[in-house]
Design a protein around this ligand. Structure first.
Ligand SMILES: Cc1cc2nc3c(=O)[nH]c(=O)nc-3n(C[C@H](O)[C@H](O)[C@H](O)COP(=O)(O)OP(=O)(O)OC[C@H]3O[C@@H](n4cnc5c(N)ncnc54)[C@H](O)[C@@H]3O)c2cc1C
Length: 267
């Protein structure tokens, strides 16, 4: 069985800051990590490797420094890694990102299962997995938190929805996006990390030509959406504390409610 896990390098913060002038993400001074949902997807993939002798290939699209997250994945026990890096990929929206990842998966070929995180903590769209499944014409289940059964040509998973849980069976090959799982993702092993650094041939570096992509399909040129403006939400207005004893404070509050025409008060 061949599993491909897609991982994104993200800033180690959920408080994303934007440059006021350019609207771009400020990455300086913020450490980068494997996106948390993607670490969970890696753990699920590696459990299947342990139980079913699967092979796990890990893929990331990003700048050259994204080799760090791929090395970490190799340290956790993945068998091979591919970094997709090219200036032509820059400025990609989620569709151009999915197209690039899709072309890489077509090149990898013969996979049975594709695992993505549900959501990246920086871009936050949760669109890449579903769009990639559409691109590759694969059955998909999103928000998966457990793989229940794997049998010939079929996988059964549980996924969360607004009302509870669903159990779904999908024909393989299929794509799953992973959110919470009960198990803690494993730590990389020192020996594997050293091997990952030594055998740099293990991390394949592919550019646009390597995946047979045309420049108009990639990056900004291949993006169907355009960010017109990015901005932080305005801070909340400071509250007002009504001082004094409770009866006076309540009277003052009622006066404010009346002034604001929020309620019709008798008397
Ligand atoms: C017009 C436009 C321009 C943009 N320009 C830039 C830019 O110049 N630079 C920039 O950094 N971002 C840019 N972005 C953001 C970029 O599109 C997203 O970071 C990317 O498409 C993934 O979306 P997301 O972060 O919401 O991930 P989600 O869809 O939330 O991610 C879900 C899962 O998909 C997988 N995944 C997502 N991205 C990758 C990846 N790169 N490699 C491997 N797996 C992945 C992971 O498993 C992840 O958990 C731009 C977005 C738009 C709309």
């Amino acid at each position: 069985m061949k599993i491909v896990v897609l991982i994104k390098q993200v800033p180690d913060t959920t408080e994303v800051k934007l440059d006021r002038k350019t609207g771009n993400l400020i990455r300086e001074g913020v450490e980068s990590i494997v996106n948390p949902d993607d670490r969970r997807a890696l753990e699920l993939g590696l459990r299947l490797k342990d139980d079913f002798s699967a092979t796990v290939t890990v893929v990331s699209m990003g700048p050259p420094q994204a080799v760090d997250v791929l090395s970490e994945a190799l340290g956790m026990g993945c068998d091979e890694a591919v970094l997709l890096t090219d200036k032509a990929f820059a400025g990609a929206d989620t569709w151009a990102t999915s197209t690039t990842l899709g072309k890489a998966l077509e090149k990898i070929g013969d996979f049975d299962l594709v695992l993505c995180g549900y959501q990246a903590i920086d871009g936050d769209t949760a669109q890449t997995g579903p769009q990639l499944a559409e691109y590759l014409n694969l059955p998909q289940a999103c928000y998966v938190d457990n793989i229940e059964k794997l049998e010939a040509g079929k996988i059964t998973v549980t996924r969360r929805n607004d009302n509870g849980y669903e159990r779904i069976s999908l024909k393989l090959p299929a794509l799953l996006t992973i959110s919470k799982i009960s198990a803690e993702p494993r730590y990389p092993l020192m020996g594997n990390l050293i091997d990952a650094c030594r055998e740099d041939a293990k991390i394949k570096i592919w550019n646009a030509a390597d995946i047979g992509a045309l420049s108009q399909e990639l990056g900004m040129a291949g993006s169907l959406t355009q960010v017109v403006k990015t901005f932080s939400p305005k801070g909340k207005r400071a509250g007002e504390i009504l001082a004094g004893e409770v009866p006076e404070a309540v009277s003052a509050l009622l006066e404010k409610v009346r002034e604001a025409h929020l309620l019709k008060l008798k008397g």
